[in-house]
Ligand binder design. Structure first.
Ligand code: M6R
Length: 364
């Protein structure tokens, strides 16, 4: 049932603090992640990992893109991320000690499953599935599994499955860091994970404000999403959500690429959404935003509440509760989900069952 919500998607967005807490349950020690959350063989398998290949489709692919930033930063392990439908049809070089990771809500996505079967013919160190459906094909066929605890996701547009995948991937980055000798320096992230459900609830309380912002999009035909660093894939996910359920053409760019082409598209009919957490790239992002303003673009900046930014009729700022840099991608996902949702409702689309799409793509 929709539990009193108008759509499953809205219900699932609002379940996120609870399902994130469930995904963390029993997986954190006092200051460290519990490596055996990934299985009793995980510690030994992870010790020999020198590289990571992450394979997924759609929203799950975006989670993998975020994980690349985390695994390289927290564990120092080179990480590649690729969509399954490309990976499975090329000659892949597999360096010694490579861990093969699939991400999937359903565990039945045809291309992702085929990629796992392809990988099993190659010389990988082992396979890990991060998945939301127990007993699914991906779970049955992988060496290690970590289940997300999102519960059934009915809306075709993935929401809580994505944020719980991000939590699981942060656990993976911390676990790989731990077996490679990180000792205590990631304790603040572990503490941040414990506090995350509470922060998510604060972000969900921005719903009314985001609903008001959404009115600026309902009549538009295009939108541009910008982010930098680990927030570039979050911008991509925001664009996917918007196009998937509102049918507005949306694209995402790493903000530094603006002047290499997409800036030519910017005019007063092109709303630009920027994800601007308070990290080291903020100053650079601010100058990218100036470039947009100078072309008459309407700007919507989702920013840390501590950032001082002057607003005016063409520059709207949504203040997001303060969050550590490491966990910000999880938090900043939520306002983008809500924005896509409210725009779709205004446009009167079938939010939970968008045209042409299926929840689980079990054929090629
Ligand atoms: O079940 P999976 O995570 O393997 O599904 C992958 C994609 O089909 C899925 O994430 C799709 O992109 C969603 N509809 C996006 O909201």
């Amino acid at each position: 049932s929709k539990g009193g919500y108008r759509h499953f998607m809205l219900k699932e967005i609002h379940e996120q603090s609870q399902v994130i807490a469930a995904t963390l349950e029993g997986r954190l020690g006092d200051h460290q992640v519990l490596v055996n959350s990934f299985g009793t063989d995980a510690e030994q398998l992870f010790q020999g990992v020198r590289q990571v290949h992450i394979i997924a489709c759609g929203t799950s692919y975006h989670a993998g893109m975020v994980a690349r930033y985390w695994i390289e930063k927290l564990a120092g392990v080179p990480t590649q991320v690729e969509v399954a439908s490309e990976y499975r049809y090329r000659e892949v070089v597999v360096p010694e000690g490579t861990l093969f990771v699939t991400l999937s809500q359903s565990g039945e996505t045809a291309d992702t499953l085929a990629a796992l079967r392809f990988a099993k013919q190659r010389d990988y160190r082992g396979s890990l599935a991060i998945c939301n459906v127990p007993g699914s094909s991906l779970v049955r066929e992988s060496d290690l599994t970590l289940m997300t605890q999102a519960g059934p996701e009915i809306g075709v547009a993935s929401t809580k499955a994505f944020t719980t995948q991000l939590v699981a991937l942060m656990l993976l980055a911390l676990a790989l860091g731990r077996v490679r000798g990180a000792n205590g320096e990631h304790a603040p992230i572990v503490q941040g994970l414990r506090e995350l459900p509470g922060v998510i609830n604060q972000v969900l309380a921005l719903d009314g404000e985001i609903e008001r912002l959404s009115m600026a999009f309902a009549e538009k035909h295009h939108a541009l999403f910008l982010g930098r660093g680990a927030h570039f894939p979050i911008a991509q996910e925001g664009a996917l959500k918007l196009k998937e359920i509102s049918y507005i053409h949306a694209e995402a760019y790493p903000a530094g690429e603006l002047k290499h082409g997409p800036l030519a598209l910017v005019d007063s009919e092109m709303p630009v959404i920027a994800v601007a957490p308070n990290d080291e790239l903020l100053e650079k992002l601010k100058s990218n935003l100036q470039e947009v303003r100078a072309r008459g673009g309407e700007l919507f900046v989702f920013a840390d509440e501590s950032i001082r930014m002057e607003t005016n009729e063409h520059l709207h700022v949504l203040r997001v509760p303060a969050i550590s840099e490491a966990l910000a991608p999880i938090v900043y996902t939520i306002p983008l989900q809500l924005l896509a949702y409210h725009v779709a409702v205004l446009k009167g689309t079938d939010v939970d069952q968008p045209r042409n799409l299926a929840k689980s793509v079990t054929v090629e």
